[in-house]
Every structure is written in structure tokens, then in C-alpha cells.
Design a protein around this ligand. Sequence first.
Ligand code: HAM
Length: 414
Amino acid sequence: MSITAIKGFNDILPAESDRWQYIEQTARRVFELNGFSEIRVPIMEKTELFRRSIGDATDIVEKEMYTFTDKGENSVTLRPEGTASVMRAFIEHKLYAQDPVAKLYYLGPMFRYERPQKGRYRQFHQIGAEITGVNAPLADAQVLNMLVQLFREIGLDEPSLQINSLGCPDCRPAYRASLVAFMEERLDRLCEDCRRRFTTNPLRILDCKVPGCIEATVGAPSVLDHLCGDCDDHFAGVKGYLDSTATPYSINHRMVRGLDYYTRTTFELVTGLLGSQSAVAAGGRYDGLISQLGGPAIPGIGFAIGFERVALLLGDKDFSRQPDLFIATMGVGERDFAFRLMHDLLRSGVRVEMEYEGKSLKSQMRRADKLGARYSVVIGENEVASGKAAFKRMKDGEQIEVPLKCEDIKKMME
Ligand code: HAM
């Protein structure tokens, strides 16, 4: 019996990876334009890192981490997200010593033991960006504008931006207390998970998808009514900058996010096209995280985009790259000639394919069609002798006679 992949772990096959490369290249371009540099961090970390950053009372840490003991008896975890690792590296290598304002981006696989369904996998991929060292709401607006710009450049206008503020350690306890008082009277209407959350992490009840819990939380107090003066001003600043750049957004005061490190601004890019997996990107501010992980008191804000969800939104759009030229040959001697010509053309940046084995001319031309080559050329004894050949433009069949030299062929194709 053949061996299959692990449930929730996917192969990215060639047709799909063309789309992924397009997303990745667009993201790298937009991030670099905005002054971000790539950081590459390991996919496995000490378990303690995620417990301390994401929080013990979150679904991720409670139920979803791939944690195991290695041969040295250390508890290690496949990273469920990127921010904790990036901030660990930021602290460990004292990146802040040169400049507390760091703009970092990263991409790669993340691992969560969730129930797999469309848009939700156990190994999934994120592309994320983080800015450290800026308290001002300008940084929040800049990060949001970059995210929106990225989606526009990818060609997806549909996901809409929702924002919220979760306050800070000064004002959140009062909100938490008022939410607990509200929920206390409705405890019997909550699902089992939410009854547990009621004591461990009551804000998460607002995020539960169980219909009974959604009903029970109608009319729950809004976090935005409990912000302290500073958090209120900060949120007003973020909204003001978004308005001034005409970035569309809506406010969702029930957005609580599944990671405990957030303070103040949080946000999601949501779509109606992926069923219950509505967030294609998400993030927020984490002003306490770096100090919580043993670093200096430096604030941060960032987001991560779910690669698989963006790829799903792009649908069947074809991102494959077709050859510029297919060289067909009549005989063995011409094949050697064509091989050298292909070698030279490839070195000068022309995407060329040829038939490697002695197939009939008809089957070679079928292959040129199948590959979607822009041009084809047939090389026989006459062409080798005269040093010229007729190149056929495949879309309209027009024949153009050109010397069999790299520079001439390249010029003809422009
Ligand atoms: P998150 O909301 O847990 O945030 O994940 C961000 C995005 O990753 C989600 O919006 C979704 O598109 C994608 N995603 C999450 N889980 C899965 C899954 N099981 N399958 C497929 N896609 C998934 C974070 O991870 C934070 N680190 C974001 C951040 C960066 N906050 C500040 N900086």
C-alpha cells in the first residue's frame, strides 16, 4: 500500500505553486517597498516561548500545538505562528540595540492541530510583517495601509478591513469585569467551551461560532466603551490616519483575536467567500510582548496573511509561465544543433523548450501547443545550412524569418 501525507498537511503541486509564487513575489515587493527586511527563524522553538506569548488560556496553547519531548528531554513545539519567534530573535540578537525601530517580514509553514476543512489546515503557511519601536498610531495606519495595498496588488479587492481596540492592561480589567457580569446571567446558554472560557479567558466568548453563544452575547458590553483616555486617543488617531488616506474599514467591537499578546489596535481582513474561515489576514499591536519575553519595553505591531486562503481567493486564475520558444527538429544532427542553440538562448534569458527524444514532427508540434509556447521553429538540414529559420508566432500563425542567432531571435520576440 502506498503512503499518503498526514491529514491536514498538503502538497503544493506545480499548478498551485505558480499561484503561491505570484503571491509571495507580490508580498516581497510591497514589503521591501515599505522598508521591510526578511527575517528567517526556525520552525521549532522551546514550548515555553509560545506559552508565554500566545497565552496558556488560548485555544492554540490549550489544544492546538504540536508539542513533544525531543531526545534530550526538552519540550519543543512546531511554531503555531510567527510573531513569537520573530520577537524571540529580535531580543536574542539585540536587534533593538542598533535601532529599536525594526521592520521585519517572514514567511513559512505554521502548525496547528485544528479540525481540517476548506481554508483550515494543520500545516498552513503565513506571510507576516512586524514593526517594533513605534507607539504612535501612524505605525498602525502604515501597517494597515501596506496590508490593503498588498491585497490590491495581488488583485483582490474583496476582503474588507475590520478594526478594533482591545485596550491596555490599565483599562482591560474593567472591561473584562463588565463582560463577566453580563455573561454571568447567561452562563447556562453557553457551550461547554465557553463556560470554561468564562473563568479562563472571558473575552474569547465573543468569538465563539456556536449559534447559542452568538445569541447569548447579543448586547454584550463593547470594549470600545471601556477604553482609557490614552487608548481612546490612540484608536482615534488610527482611524484618523486611515480616513486621511481614504482606506476603507469598518469597526468590529466584538473582534477579540485568539492570541493573548494583543493590546490596543487589532484587525482582520475578512472575506465572505471562504465559509467560516473568513479571516485571510489578521494582526494587531502587542506593546507588552517584547518585555514579557524578557526584552526591553519596546512596542510592536504586525499581521500575518494566510497563504492558502489567499490562493483559494485567487481561484483558477492561471499563473503558469509558458515557454517563449519551442524548438522542433527533423533529425539527430539538427537536434545537436538545437541543443546548443537552446543552451545559448537560456543563458540569455529566453525560456526555451525542445523535444529531447526523436519524436515525429507532428508530436513535437502537439507538445509546443500543449506547453503554450509563444513561438515555435522547425530546424532541419536547410535551416542548419543557411543559418536561418522561419519562426512561427503561435497565436496567429505568422511566420518570421530570422537568423539562428541568440540576439536576432531575442529581438524578434520583443
Ligand atoms: P492568526 O489570526 O492566528 O494571527 O493567523 C493569521 C492568519 O493565518 C489567519 O487570518 C488565517 O488567514 C491564517 N491561518 C490561521 N490558522 C490557519 C489554519 N489552521 N489554516 C489556514 N490558515 C490559517 C497570527 O498568527 C498572528 N501571529 C498575526 C500577527 C502578526 N499579529 C501580530 N503580528
